[in-house]
Design a protein around this ligand. Structure first.
Ligand code: SF4
Length: 383
């Protein structure tokens, strides 16, 4: 039976960060019980194909959900699929004003945490206007470990205006010293014209981005990324995806399913679903529109699309090249009936000449330089 993966979106945040492109709402926490009800209703009505391998509570700030709500949703998914998923991840914010009941989350069935620490240096957290301190990040990490979480991931951001290479080194070293199981490192991306999938920024956020973006330095961000590759390798982490490093066996199973184009169901405002073949659909991202649809017993789907063959091939490459091990040519051939290198002769030749791609008889992958310039490499294959 095909593996399947479940994503539950929780859009609530105490503060909405000016750099954030996710589907979020601030100041609406009183709607959490109503939203939980809607998620449970959508879950009970959704098809339950395949064998459920992972659940991921993403946001927003899923750690704002009461643990009873998390337990109810996990149990509903387990009952719906008649399966016990190997990995249940929940994203949490390390702020003392929104401290979750860590032990309660563990008891609810969550077995992996993704902590939005973002930085362990206060000047950087202030620059990001995160509303949390480095001490709160350390305290959240310690509390999660004390509650029995043995699989904890930390998110960090580089490319923050004012963050020197030495600053980044010291913040990253502080994170390594915690010995997390997994790290996700994201370059601060300040979209001034959001793509079609991103939530449009509020006018104040857009003004903030304009002020910050002129202070960003792409060369410095590239140096920070290269430094992270060296430091994390030396600390025993396996670089397995452009933004992701893990201890052996601690790779994110849920995100790996996205990169392998496995089928998934997304529930909640703005969540996307994919059938693993050629169909994708997505929910209303406006919270009120989503709630109104579910409460009226209608599907909250806002749109869908059939992916044509060139788009599917491009997505296979774009997602496959995100993996440091690259895309296996035999897998591409099995789905598309052509060898990747022959089909994209010109793109692969340009990528090789530019030092962006490495090609073996088995795989096509990004070089170290290609990982720094991933967008330049991927665009070569665009239909
Ligand atoms: S970055 Fe995280 S905490 Fe900030 S608004 Fe976005 S989802 Fe919420």
């Amino acid at each position: 039976m095909d593996s399947h993966h479940l994503y539950l979106h929780v859009p609530f945040c105490r503060l909405v960060c000016a750099y954030c492109d996710f589907v979020t709402v601030g100041g609406r926490q009183t709607d959490i019980p109503r939203y939980t009800e809607a998620l449970a209703r959508e879950l009970s009505a959704a098809p339950a194909p395949g064998s459920l391998q992972t659940i991921y509570f993403g946001g927003g700030t899923p750690s704002l959900l009461p643990t009873a709500a998390v337990a109810r949703l996990v149990q509903s998914a387990v009952d719906r699929w008649d399966a016990t998923p190997a990995e249940v991840t929940l994203e949490a914010n390390p702020s003392s004003r929104e401290t979750p009941d860590w032990a309660g989350l563990r008891a609810a069935g969550v077995n992996r945490l993704s902590l939005g620490i973002q930085s362990l240096r206060d000047p950087e957290l202030r620059a990001l206007a995160r509303g949390q301190t480095a001490a709160e990040g350390l305290a959240a990490y310690a509390a999660a470990r004390a509650a029995g979480f043995d699989n904890v991931s930390i998110d960090l951001i580089y490319g923050i205006p004012g963050q020197s290479l030495a600053d980044w080194r010291s913040g990253l070293q502080a994170a390594i010293d915690l010995s997390p199981d997994h790290l996700s490192l994201y370059g601060l991306s300040l979209a001034l014209v959001p793509d079609e999938w991103a939530a449009p920024p509020r006018p104040g956020a857009l003004r903030w981005r304009h002020r910050q973006v002129v202070q960003q330095d792409d060369d410095l961000a590239a140096d920070q990324y290269a430094l992270a590759e060296d430091m994390l390798l030396a600390a025993g982490y396996h670089h397995y995806e452009l933004s992701s490093w893990a201890r052996p066996g601690r790779e994110s199973q849920h995100n790996s399913a996205y990169w392998a184009r496995r089928p998934y169901t997304g529930l909640g405002a703005g969540a996307h679903s994919y059938d693993g073949a050629a169909r994708r659909w997505w929910n209303e991202r406006d919270l009120d529109a989503y709630l109104a649809a579910v409460e009226a017993d209608a599907r909250p789907v806002a749109g869908d699309e059939e992916l044509d063959e060139p788009t599917r091939a491009f997505e296979a490459i774009a997602l496959g090249l995100r993996r440091v091990d690259g895309l296996e040519r035999s897998i591409f051939f099995a789905e598309f009936g052509e060898d990747l290198v022959e089909r994209y002769r010109s793109a692969t030749a340009t990528g090789l000449d530019g030092g962006l791609l490495e090609i073996t008889p088995e795989v096509v992958r990004l070089t170290e330089r290609g990982r720094l310039l991933a967008n330049d490499a991927l665009v070569l294959f665009a239909p």
